[in-house]
Design a protein. Structure first.
Length: 188
């Protein structure tokens, strides 16, 4: 299990992120640093669609793609757009605890019954829908998934800085996922 790094002061931000929009994101959201004025996006944020999260960031600072589990595997064209046309130099991938995309199988019956009751789907339609898509959207464990997704994005977009983070919904703070040996770990 990977450790989460709390960011409670500027000293907690690893040197590998200094001077990048990742540092700015952590300062704005966690450290209440006053907002700068932005005329163009600096960062792409990938985060879960979950309703319990709100980022404290300035206008124009970031593109945001929200998906189940911060899974960007099916949003690649939008990622490419933010990089190529939007000109962003960094991606913050933000998973969170208590994510609904963890252990989807446990919610199978609730999912099917919900579609039948609330959207008038037939039970068979709802079952097929769940069984087709649940394996694509299951993330397993939010920390491991966010880290593996960050690694995938680094290979896909080699010159873009990609940071794996976790949003804790109990205190609304961002944590970096510790990556020993990556140069993005806090010294000491
Ligand atoms: Zn989620």
């Amino acid at each position: 299990m990977h450790r989460l790094q709390a960011i409670d002061s500027a000293n907690d931000i690893p040197a590998g992120y200094h001077g990048t929009p990742i540092e700015k994101l952590l300062e704005y959201h966690n450290l209440e640093t006053p907002f700068q004025i932005y005329s163009s996006a600096q960062l792409l944020i990938g985060m879960c669609m979950d309703n319990r999260k709100h980022l404290h960031i300035p206008d124009n600072f970031a593109y945001i793609i929200r998906t189940g589990g911060a899974n960007l595997r099916y949003s690649e064209f939008k990622v490419s757009y933010a990089v190529a046309v939007g000109g962003v130099k960094a991606i913050a991938l933000i998973g969170h605890n208590e994510c609904g995309m963890v252990n989807l199988m446990a919610r199978k019956e609730q999912f099917i019954r919900g579609l039948v009751d609330q959207a008038s789907w037939s039970r068979e339609q709802a079952e097929d829908h769940f069984m087709h898509f649940a394996p694509m959207f299951e993330i397993g464990n939010e920390v491991d998934f966010t880290l593996s997704e960050a690694k995938r994005l680094r290979l896909r977009y080699p010159r873009i800085v990609v940071a794996p983070l976790i949003y804790k919904i109990n205190n609304n703070r961002l944590y970096l996922i510790d990556e020993p040996g990556s140069g993005t770990t806090v010294a000491g």
